[in-house]
Design a binder for this molecule. Structure first.
Ligand SMILES: Nc1ncnc2c1ncn2[C@@H]1O[C@H](COP(=O)(O)OP(=O)(O)OP(=O)(O)O)[C@@H](O)[C@H]1O
Length: 236
């Protein structure tokens, strides 16, 4: 398998506080890699550092053959490393269509109309509500919109930061089905989740972040069977 994303010795933080203390992580082309960790472990900080939204202090980020270390977020998006952020962050006062169209602002703009059709085929509920203001959509619909907006940029790797947060069990089922479908269509995914068992069931490999360091990593079935992981994250 070829490495799509290769992170080595990544350190970053906020002001004087270092949050990530040298993180190594790889996502191979075609994989779902799961990133687990309790609240405050540094998962969002890792995503934001990869995406150029948080300043890196040390370490390297290689993506799809390019050195993205310390690059501006616009360059990161243009390279095809696309994040669907925690909390969806849709633009509440813009319509569903406008939110989707903004997804191709920095990448794949020439194919905007065709990609919009593809996204609306994946999410028929968004097609029904194209003119609705995003802020008036339900939590689950907003999550679909945020993922659709990410897909508009033709991601080479899609980072999903806690997509199931706040969704009903039924919506979570739908979401995980969707992630599997996108993966089946060839998309590589870095999935940050608190829904540990379900994520480890659909992923190939996983990393467990604790206090800004990788505490465990390996094949998902191995982590699912690990006593440490089961005790810490599954309460068994
Ligand atoms: N903008 C910020 N300024 C200062 N500290 C921050 C900032 N954002 C996050 N932190 C701190 O960095 C640490 C890691 O936070 P981060 O959001 O990366 O964790 P997380 O694993 O994503 O947690 P959660 O699952 O709760 O979202 C926390 O101690 C948090 O308080």
């Amino acid at each position: 398998m070829s490495a799509l994303l290769e992170v080595e010795g990544l350190r970053s933080g906020y002001g004087p506080v270092e949050v990530l203390h040298g993180v190594d992580l790889t996502v191979n082309a075609g994989e779902i890699v799961v990133l687990l960790g309790s609240n405050g472990a540094g998962k969002s900080t890792l995503n934001n550092t990869l995406c150029g939204l948080c300043r890196r202090r040390e370490g390297t980020v290689r993506f799809d053959g390019q050195d993205l270390t310390g690059r501006h977020y616009r360059d990161v998006v243009r390279a095809g490393l696309i994040q669907v952020p925690e909390g969806r962050r849709v633009f509440p006062n813009l319509s569903v269509r406008e939110n989707l169209e903004l997804g191709s602002f920095a990448r794949a703009r020439a194919r905007r109309a065709a990609n919009l059709e593809k996204v609306l085929d994946i999410f028929p509920r968004l097609r029904e509500r194209l003119m609705q203001l995003a802020g008036t959509m339900s939590g689950g619909e907003q999550q679909m919109l945020a993922i659709g907006r990410g897909l508009m940029a033709e991601p080479r790797l899609l980072i999903l930061d806690e997509p199931s947060l706040g969704l009903s069990p039924l919506m979570v089922e739908e979401l995980f089905g969707l992630i599997l479908r996108l993966h089946g269509d060839g998309l590589s995914i870095l999935l940050v989740e608190q829904n540990v068992a379900q994520s480890l069931e659909i992923g190939q490999r996983a990393y467990v972040l604790e206090n800004g360091m990788v505490r465990h990593s390996g094949a998902c079935p191995d982590l699912l069977a690990s006593d440490d992981v089961r005790r810490a994250y599954l309460g068994v």
